[in-house]
Write a protein that binds this ligand. Structure first.
Ligand code: 5RP
Length: 220
């Protein structure tokens, strides 16, 4: 089974967490694209969806699924999204697709967060995947120097402007022994919009697809 087939298996397993009448938060990325296709095929009678990116919103609308502004809802019943890395405690690095800020907002506004991933995403310790940090353009160098001070090697993601009009620094080489602590520390830097550590609001459920099937892990 190739990685894309595993992503599809994890995405389809997430349908078990969706019911008619729900407000569903929808993340961003290739795994979530499978989820959107599966959601469309099942024709749920949803209250609506809230998207973490313009790209997912366009896919949802193209599939005939209503997309609402988060402000027009009282949050989501469930949020389904992928990850770049995830630990057994269900802390994650996200933002490989550049949508980390809206992902963190929708995750925070959701009563349940279901992470969908292929088994290659499961790690003992976060940090091999470069940590995405969304920064306000004028603070790019200031934040970059501060990230070097924290032991990282920030690299500007060339040619990328986020849905919020900002830049992404991908930070290599960080030692993420304390995910929640580092998440807070980086978010305190003036000019940082948010960073891709999701430890303060981790996933509640991880659906991890391996060739032998989809395994469910609940947050300890
Ligand atoms: C986008 C994300 C994605 O969830 C993450 O990059 C995983 O992507 P994929 O499902 O394509 O492997 O955080 O900002």
């Amino acid at each position: 089974m190739d990685q894309d087939a595993l992503k599809k298996a994890a995405a389809e397993a997430a349908l078990a967490f969706v019911e008619d009448g729900m407000m569903v938060g929808v993340g961003t990325g290739s795994t979530v694209n499978h989820f959107i296709a599966a959601l469309a095929a099942r024709r749920f009678d949803l209250a609506g969806t809230v998207s973490s990116s313009e790209a997912s919103a366009a896919r949802l609308r193209a599939a005939g699924i209503p997309v609402l502004e988060l402000n027009a809802t009282d949050g989501c019943d469930v949020y389904v999204d992928g990850a770049d890395e995830v630990t057994g405690a269900l802390a994650m690095i996200k933002g490989g697709g550049g949508a980390l800020t809206r992902e963190k907002i929708v995750a925070q506004a959701s009563r349940r967060f279901v992470c969908i991933a292929d088994a290659s995403k499961l790690v003992e310790r976060l940090g091999k995947f470069p940590l995405p940090v969304e920064v306000i353009p004028m603070a790019r160098s200031l934040v970059g120097r501060a990230l070097v001070g924290l032991g990282g090697r920030p690299v500007l993601r060339e040619g990328v402007v986020t849905d919020n009009g900002n830049l992404i620094l991908d930070v290599h080489g960080l030692d993420i022994a304390d995910p929640a602590g580092l998440e807070s520390e980086i978010n305190q830097l003036p000019g940082v919009v948010t960073n891709g550590i999701f430890a303060r609001r981790p996933a509640d459920v991880l659906l991890l697809a391996a060739p032998g099937g989809v395994r469910r892990l609940d947050r300890p």
